[in-house]
Ligand binder design. Structure first.
Ligand code: ZN
Length: 174
């Protein structure tokens, strides 16, 4: 297991559409997932997608017990999702000041559908299916976007609602 380098916005690999995984429960896949969890923990992230460490596969992990990055959000179950899909079940939008390990030091206000149903497979090939709302739904959709080469600044509700964490905090905005 190892902490891997997180690619930053500007790296073209973050803009590619990742490929589905075809082999499950392999040593290579377990090692990759282990590295992703180590990297997410080292960076205090709420989630991580494989393309963020330069692996263009449709794999995401997420989970929140408590993170200093988002002190006010509810817990999200620790999850591995491979080849995920989702549908919107509650299309009212919820807004959140999102951050991203690939856009370090910054936050932007993004609105996304408030309720979703997602499904995918875990690293053993077992199905995972859940309904999600709140921060859980936000994290899923944020990570899913990475698999299609989309970063949250592409989804700003208002382009002026974007900036450095310390400046936004100093101004009382976040
Ligand atoms: Zn991200």
């Amino acid at each position: 297991m190892a902490v891997r380098t997180v690619l930053r916005i500007g790296d073209p690999r973050l803009r590619q559409v990742s490929e589905p995984v075809t082999s499950f429960d392999t040593p290579e896949l377990h090692a990759l997932i282990g590295d992703m969890f180590d990297t997410m923990a080292a960076e205090d992230g709420a989630g991580l997608a494989a393309p963020q460490i330069g692996v263009l596969k449709r794999i995401m992990i997420f989970g929140v017990e408590s993170t200093p990055r988002y002190p006010d959000v509810e817990a999200v179950p620790t999850t591995v999702l491979i080849n995920p899909e989702y549908t919107v079940v509650h299309d009212a939008v919820q807004g959140f000041w999102e951050g991203c390990l690939s856009v370090p030091g910054m936050r932007g206000y993004v609105e996304r559908p408030a309720g979703i149903r997602y499904r995918g497979l875990d690293q053993f090939g077992n199905p995972v299916e859940r309904e999600a709302s709140g921060f859980h739904a936000i994290v899923f959709q944020h990570e899913y976007d990475h698999l299609d080469g989309i970063l949250y600044p592409d989804r700003l509700a208002d382009r002026t609602q974007f900036g450095y964490v310390d400046e936004l905090a100093a101004a009382g905005i976040i």
